[in-house]
Design a protein around this ligand. Structure first.
Ligand code: MTE
Length: 320
């Protein structure tokens, strides 16, 4: 993108989050094996005994894609995260030591009770599901990713938005000390920070839209948007904003970062649409990471049945 110039999860199926966190602290202290926590059956001690939080016994979603998963290595080493680097491999290297705790998310605007949440409060509160989604980048590559998360709509319901809440605006952390890509270079900033995204409220509460906190059953690594990011599978990947610190309910359409950067190339909707070309390349086909031959891109990234009704009567070549 560089411009040179379901639902009903049964609570008992969900691994106790407190236990997860405690175990992680123990692993960090090297005491886990001594205490034999693996024997509880809640956790499989991995050989590397990484300090990564693992989410277990997740409920599978009815929306899961039936295609082969993109390997963990590719999902976590081929990234777009300009806050770290504009290279694909850069974010994994530069976000390796990114500290995603403590982390708070300010929720504000047209809702009953604006509040600042701790990310762990949200993880504990909403049952986590595995959501295997296709991810289609506007750059014409794609992956299939097993996210762990919860429906954004479930969270929004608890916030009691009022009738003026027509859009939801999201913001990524702005902290050049921790995100080296945000530092000003010789030619200024790469993007207008903080990274911002927005959805219409009906898109935000659609059951496919999730806040992801993990991938492949583990907490999100820094390069994938730790500790919490949006995933909107029928839209180009740039809508799926990473490392969110603010969610704001507003009456007017928010302006998203890529729209500011190049309004003729990136719109507000960004629905995957093989019939509408990017001004500089076709969107008809895509390169699935790990595959040799390109494959056709599907309307709404294959989620037309679930989402086409949201855009009835709209000219999608104008509302791109
Ligand atoms: N969010 C922020 N804050 N900064 C970014 O640069 N890149 C977007 C999106 N979210 C980006 C972001 C783009 S272009 C894509 S394709 C996806 O993240 C990539 O997500 P992934 O690296 O987890 O595959």
């Amino acid at each position: 993108m560089l411009i040179r110039r379901p639902a009903d999860t049964i609570p008992s199926e969900i691994t106790n989050y407190e236990v997860f966190r405690r175990r992680r602290q123990l692993i960090k202290g090297g005491a886990a094996a001594a205490l034999g926590l693996a024997a509880t059956g809640l956790f499989a001690l991995t050989p590397e005994a990484s300090a990564k939080l693992k989410f277990d016994q997740l409920k599978k979603s009815r929306f899961n894609a039936k295609e082969s998963l993109t390997p963990y290595k590719d999902v976590t080493s081929y990234n777009n995260f300009y806050e770290f680097s504009t290279d694909k491999e850069g974010p994994a290297q530069l976000a390796e030591d990114f500290k995603s705790r403590p982390w708070s998310i300010e929720v504000a605007g047209e809702i009953k009770k604006p509040k600042v949440y701790d990310v762990d409060e949200l993880i504990k509160r909403f049952p986590l599901e595995e959501r295997i989604y296709r991810l289609r980048c506007v750059e014409a590559w794609s992956m299939v990713v097993p996210w762990v998360g919860f429906a954004l709509g479930d969270f929004i319901k608890t916030l009691e938005p009022n009738s003026r809440a027509k859009y939801v605006e999201f913001e990524t952390l702005h902290d050049p000390k921790r995100m080296p890509g945000q530092r000003r270079g010789l030619f200024g900033s790469v993007l207008d920070w903080p990274y911002r995204e927005g959805l219409r409220i009906d898109e935000a509460i659609h059951p496919l839209t999730i806040l992801a906190v993990g991938v492949y059953g583990e907490e999100l690594p820094g390069q994938n948007g730790a500790p919490i990011r949006l995933v909107v599978p029928w839209k180009y990947g740039f809508k799926s904003i990473k490392s969110i610190v603010k969610i704001n309910f507003v009456e007017q359409p928010p302006v998203n970062t890529w729209q500011v950067q190049a309004p003729h190339e990136y719109g507000f909707y960004a629905n995957v649409n093989p019939k509408v070309s990017h001004p500089r390349w076709s969107q008809a086909r895509e390169r699935r990471i790990g595959e040799f031959f390109k494959r056709p891109t599907l309307m709404f990234n294959g989620y037309a049945e679930q989402v086409a009704h949201l855009y009835q009567g709209m000219d999608l070549s104008k509302n791109f």
